[in-house]
Write a protein that binds this ligand. Structure first.
Ligand code: NAD
Length: 252
């Protein structure tokens, strides 16, 4: 799929992996709509790269629909890169011996997993009305995590949600094949984004040192490069691609 002249929605596009992707797609001639929380830096990032900002929570139908409408008013929506997400620590039994919070579990799963399905379904329904270009109508790129396979202690809701995203990828690709819409997921390892910026430098250094090769944290542009490749390569469909420098996370 050539994004030049098409509109593209990047969720979580105000920061980190999403911001780098929005920037890269804008330089390829896409009309980019950054969908991010109203409290995010979406407006500033959009201004910087000549994109549009749609303040929205990915779990809300109306706001996501409005972002898709905004994109479609500019040009046919041909691609969505869904980066919005967040972590959330939880132990199954807390320090005092109480069961872990069901509310925290549900919240993290809602943002990461339910939000992914919400964006997927609304985007796909719109893309289904597109004219075909080179035998396809659109492509959705989702974001999982290596925690889908190697969740660390404390990551139970996040790992559950990210495994759910990996699990939905093939069935989504099969389901949408008759519409000629592709669905592919990227599962990043450790990337240097504001998620990690909160950690002390010593911890960041040791995380980088745990990556076999290249022996460092990933940079958001490397995610953006793969997202663009997924959009452009018509044979990439139904797969979750690890982007992780061969890291396999330990239990803690
Ligand atoms: N950075 C990493 O090492 C890493 C590793 C594996 C997976 N990931 C995943 O990559 C994605 C992007 O992460 P990042 O590192 O760029 O993080 P980030 O915090 O820099 O960016 C995430 C963006 O998502 C937005 N967001 C959060 N909840 C939202 C919601 N409900 N609705 C709309 N927007 C929302 C935030 O405002 C933020 O701008 C996330 O899904 C994350 O889980 C990141």
């Amino acid at each position: 799929m050539d994004v030049n002249g098409a509109s593209v929605v990047v969720t979580g596009g105000a920061s980190g992996l999403g911001a780098a992707t929005a920037r890269r797609l804008a330089t390829r001639g896409a009309r980019v709509v950054i969908l991010d929380l109203p409290t995010s830096a979406g407006k500033e990032v959009a201004h910087e790269i000549n994109a549009l900002f749609a303040p929205a929570d990915v779990t809300e139908t109306e706001a996501v629909q409005a972002a898709i409408d905004l994109a479609t008013n500019e040009a046919p929506l041909r691609a969505v890169v869904h980066c919005a997400g967040r972590g959330g620590a939880l132990r199954i039994i807390d320090r005092d011996g109480n069961p872990g919070s069901l509310e925290t579990y549900e919240q993290v799963v809602r943002i990461n997993l339910v939000g992914s399905f919400n964006v997927l379904r609304l985007a796909a329904a719109r893309m289904a009305g597109n004219d075909e270009v080179e035998d396809e109508r659109g492509v959705v790129v989702l974001t999982s995590s290596v925690a889908a396979w190697e969740g660390q202690i404390g990551q139970i809701p996040y790992a559950s949600a990210k495994a759910g995203i990996a699990g939905m990828t093939l069935v989504a690709a099969r389901d949408l094949a008759s519409r000629k819409i592709r669905v592919t997921t990227i599962a990043p390892g450790l990337f240097d984004t504001p998620i990690l910026a909160r950690l002390p430098q010593k911890v960041r250094d040791s995380l980088g040192a745990s990556v076999p090769h290249p022996n460092r944290l990933g940079v958001p542009e490397e995610y953006a490069a793969l997202a663009l490749h997924v959009i452009e390569n018509p044979m990439l469909n139904g797969e979750t691609i690890r982007l992780d420098g061969a890291i396999r996370m330990q239990a803690r």
